[in-house]
Design a binder for this molecule. Sequence first.
Ligand SMILES: [Zn+2]
Length: 133
Amino acid sequence: MITDIELMDRARGVAELAYSPYSSAKVGCALVTEAGRIYLGCNVENASYGLTMCAERVAVGRAVAEEGAGMRWVRAAVVALGLEFPPCGACRQVLAEFAMAESRVIFLSQGELVSMGMSELLPAGFAPADLNG
Ligand SMILES: [Zn+2]
């Protein structure tokens, strides 16, 4: 199984491919699914800023397109070249949609690798079950 460090390296690698002429932030995400496959995403910005897609959402989209609606991820590494930050709020919501109880998000904070579950990243978050009463 791929280690957290190796997964961060994969995220760092795909971050190099980011299209980010507006923010200059190059972000990569490497997602490991329950099926054991790895999907990569980088941020894709747009002149109409609101259309910008974050690395995490690109990776989730690629995973669903390959594995279907039942796709579930177990680990997601997020790397921003030269910067450190966790997934934004929108990405937390999208990651939560396909997360399992044991799913962990990995990112750097003050040079240290941080690993958090969705309940820590998105406490009291809106869940698909909320739509079913
Ligand atoms: Zn985001």
